[in-house]
Design a binder for this molecule. Structure first.
Ligand SMILES: Nc1nc2c(c(=O)[nH]1)N[C@H]1C(S)=C(S)[C@@H](COP(=O)(O)OP(=O)(O)OC[C@H]3O[C@@H](n4cnc5c(=O)[nH]c(N)nc54)[C@H](O)[C@@H]3O)O[C@H]1N2
Ligand SMILES: Nc1nc2c(c(=O)[nH]1)N[C@H]1C(S)=C(S)[C@@H](COP(=O)(O)OP(=O)(O)OC[C@H]3O[C@@H](n4cnc5c(=O)[nH]c(N)nc54)[C@H](O)[C@@H]3O)O[C@H]1N2
Ligand code: SF4
Ligand SMILES: [Mo]
Length: 709
């Protein structure tokens, strides 16, 4: 740790944003004023390696922003719910004390649960923080004990997660440092430079040693621009490409028969499946837009390279056929036995490497102590619009939002906002800023940043457990998720002592496990060392059968569990309802990619000027291919209207070579940063993925026309 100067201290924290890198962060604090003066990447953390991404390098702009929410507030009775003027939101609310706020919420929740049943309360949270405590501990206890509807947290990764579980039975993957050993690296639906920057130095190291980087992404990301080969596949067709690669591999006998026999299940079925004519390269070309010769070359190069690593991120599973696509890609290293070599295999998520005791933290058994006396119903967060406007028996009467900005990030925004505007819906929002969601709050509560709370964290892109110490006191009256839900539990009169657990109690409970991967890892040790690597071998998992946790105990090409859940036992390409290949394309011919911004974190940071500068010229912009633009008489700088049956919005056209013909793209931001106060999710649908019940942001058809001026 760097030495602190006089009157300063350096505190070890962990970046809690929803990012695979979970960086170790050193915060310099002026001990006289208690103010943080600097944040830097921990040089001793083997993945952070001393640097932070552009978003968090400027973190003090966020922490000390004059726009921070600092006090509890209540909506003024004469102000209707709906978008508020940016910068003038506070006028819609009046300040109240925490005592008043907690009493008001407890009183309303009691009345609502008595009249409509506890399931009429819907918690809505995602990954504003991915700390173990902040993401899901006391909050879950509270809603379980209340008997509230359970939220199925599907908006990000559930199709890919289901795919990983079906093939491997556990979420493990190639350790990021080991990518340096790979000689052939495929970034498949993975914007490494934008979303996972700490993997990049290891890829550069591999490339200096002769590795090739291939990027499979319809969009020319910075990662794609820097690659040896960019394959601009048609969105939603990765299943076909991966099966086409398998076709070539088994046709040419490039599979690893020894590994397949020892470690996999269902190969004969897979072989028959991929040898069908529809997966021959010439046919796959028609679906994916990737030339048959390129499919041949990719398959052969991939199968012959040792070691070969795939960074499969969540891009491909955000579409209707995304679960099958993720499964097919995840199977490639099972076919070649890439796992046998250090730096070989695939990384989708390493989250399953961390055996945190989440049952202890979240106490689902409290549901039986609730008035329901049974498990509560489950509501899919990717269908919030339907939940708020159509769900009955009981209808949602109260929504409690924390760690999330659903007004901007949830699909089918028109339905979501219509639901949130209901005057008979009681809405509580716990936030750091006046987000789009805060504009709909009846009660607004101030939340802290990760500099202000204690937590412990794993990662979904590396293998280090970490402890995050509070560097500064919470600003204003900001209070953590743990404090809030502990207090509310007590106000509701819940007798269980678990609502009095402190942050330290919860951290200890998170590590209450005899799992060998946590052996020797204790809160005390983490307090001293900041980060500790899990007790996993240095090499890759899945080199022998004991690693797999599937029903067959092996890597599964064919899955009975998936078939029983109503999908295809073997990954199979189906044309999405919204795709250039579907009948709907006759009306809405363009495939829309409503993408993440490189300098925001989903909608987080979108309100900060310093971050907006980095995205200048990119937000509020529709990227188009020159042919599609010319066909519609559109040139760069023209205002355009983008629309489908779900909604329409104005953007500024940008014809810049980032998207292939037939694809248009725009970036996620706060709704209120757009001129008309609505964001790109008004175009996306609530249709779910083939497996896992995930959101299908990247299966969206639209049409575009030049706006009349
Ligand atoms: N800077 C920044 N970093 C982030 C985030 C952020 O918003 N900004 N978000 C964080 C979160 S929540 C997550 S889940 C991770 C996600 O990280 P990623 O999984 O990398 O997420 P995406 O950017 O959705 O998708 C990656 C790429 O997939 C491409 N893609 C879209 N459709 C298809 C397709 O059909 N096939 C293929 N092959 N590619 C496709 C997109 O163009 C995109 O470049 O990143 C995290 N990190
Ligand atoms: N069009 C489109 N839509 C998308 C995506 C996309 O790529 N394109 N990506 C999807 C994905 S992958 C994801 S993960 C979701 C993300 O959706 P969300 O999880 O809603 O992500 P954010 O927009 O980052 O909002 C998180 C909010 O949590 C708040 N927060 C941070 N820390 C705390 C805390 O300690 N307590 C409380 N109470 N609040 C806190 C932040 O201020 C922020 O406003 O969006 C999805 N939506
Ligand atoms: S957002 Fe990701 S890359 Fe940036 S500091 Fe946080 S963990 Fe590291
Ligand atoms: Mo995500």
């Amino acid at each position: 740790m760097p030495h602190a100067q006089a009157n300063t201290k350096v505190v070890h924290a962990v970046c809690s944003h929803d990012c695979p890198d979970s960086c170790g962060v050193l915060v310099t604090v002026d001990t006289l004023t208690g103010r943080a003066t600097k944040v830097q990447g921990d040089p001793s953390h083997p993945v952070t390696r001393g640097f932070l991404c552009g978003k968090v390098a400027k973190y003090l702009d966020r922490v000390y922003s004059p726009d921070r929410l600092l006090y509890p507030m209540r909506r003024r009775s004469d102000v209707p719910k709906g978008p508020l003027e940016k910068g003038n939101e506070a006028a819609a609310f009046e300040r109240i004390s925490w005592d008043e706020a907690l009493d008001l919420i407890a009183g309303r929740l009691k009345a609502i649960t008595e009249t409509h049943g506890p399931e009429s309360v819907l918690p809505y949270s995602y990954a504003g923080t991915i700390g173990q405590l902040g993401y899901g501990s006391m909050d879950r206890r509270f809603f379980h004990r209340l008997g509230a509807s359970q939220l199925d947290r599907t908006i990000c990764a559930s199709a890919g997660g289901a795919a990983m579980m079906s093939v491997y039975g556990v979420k493990l993957g190639v350790e990021p440092q080991n990518f340096a050993h790979a000689r052939y690296i495929i970034a498949w639906g993975a914007n490494i430079h934008g979303n996972n920057i700490h993997l990049w130095p290891f890829i550069e190291q591999a490339r200096r040693d002769g590795a090739k980087l291939i990027v499979i992404d319809p969009y020319k990301t910075r990662t794609a621009a820097l690659a040896d080969w960019h394959i601009a596949i048609h969105p939603g067709t990765d299943t076909a490409l991966a099966l086409g690669m398998m076709h070539v591999i088994v046709r040419d006998g490039l599979e690893n028969t020894e590994y397949i026999a020892r470690c996999t299940h269902g190969f004969d079925d897979l072989k028959r499946h991929v040898r069908q004519p529809e997966y021959a390269p010439a046919q796959v070309e028609k679906v994916t837009g990737v030339a048959a010769a390129d499919i041949e070359r990719l398959a052969r190069e991939y199968a012959r390279a040792v070691p070969s690593a795939i960074r499969l991120n969540y891009g491909i599973q955000r579409s209707e056929n995304g679960g099958a696509g993720a499964r097919a890609v995840l199977m490639l290293p099972l076919l070649t036995g890439a796992w046998m070599h250090r730096g070989g295999g695939v990384q989708l998520s390493t989250s399953g490497s961390f055996p945190f005791n989440s049952t202890r933290l979240q106490m689902p058994e409290l549901m039986l102590a609730s008035p329901l006396k049974r498990e509560a119903r489950v509501v899919n967060m990717s269908q919030l619009g339907q939940a708020l406007t159509e769900l009955n028996d009981p209808p949602v009467k109260a929504m409690f939002v924390y760690n999330s900005n659903p007004a901007a990030v949830a699909p089918n925004q028109n339905a979501v906002l219509r639901g949130m505007a209901r005057e008979d819906l009681f809405t509580v929002v716990h936030e750091q800023f006046f987000t789009d969601t805060a504009d709909y709050a009846d009660v607004l509560l101030p939340a802290p940043t990760f500099l202000e709370v204690k937590d412990t964290q794993g990662a979904y892109g590396h293998l280090f457990a970490q402890l995050s110490s509070p560097a500064i006191a919470p600003l204003g009256e900001a209070r953590s998720n743990v404090w809030l839900f502990g207090q509310l539990g007590q106000r509701m009169g819940f007798p269980e002592t678990c609502f009095r657990d402190t942050e330290d109690d919860l951290i200890a409970q998170a590590y209450e496990t005899t799992h060998p991967w946590f052996a020797g890892i204790t809160p005390e040790r983490l307090e001293k060392e900041g980060h500790v690597r899990l007790n996993l071998p240095e090499g890759e998992p899945f080199s022998y059968p004991e690693w797999f946790r599937t029903p067959s105990g092996k890597g599964e090409f064919s899955s009975t569990a998936i078939a029983e859940a109503g999908s295809d036992a073997l990954p199979t390409f189906h044309v999405p309802n919204e795709s250039r290949l579907s009948p709907q394309a006759a009306i809405y011919p363009l495939e829309f990619l409503p993408r993440k911004a490189d300098n925001y974190m989903n909608s987080t940071f979108a309100n900060l000027e310093s971050h907006q500068k980095l995205e200048s010229g990119r937000i509020g912009v529709l990227e188009m291919h020159r042919t599609d633009a010319a066909l519609r008489g559109i040139a760069t700088g023209d205002p355009v209207e983008i629309f489908n049956d779900r909604g329409r919005m104005q953007l500024i056209a940008h014809v810049n070579g980032t998207v292939p013909e037939g694809v248009v793209a725009a970036r996620l931001s706060w709704n209120k940063t757009h001129a008309e106060g609505q964001g790109i999710n008004l175009l996306t649908s609530e249709r779910l993925t083939d497996i896992g019940g995930g959101a299908t942001f990247y299966s969206t058809l639209v049409e575009v026309r030049k706006s009349c001026v």
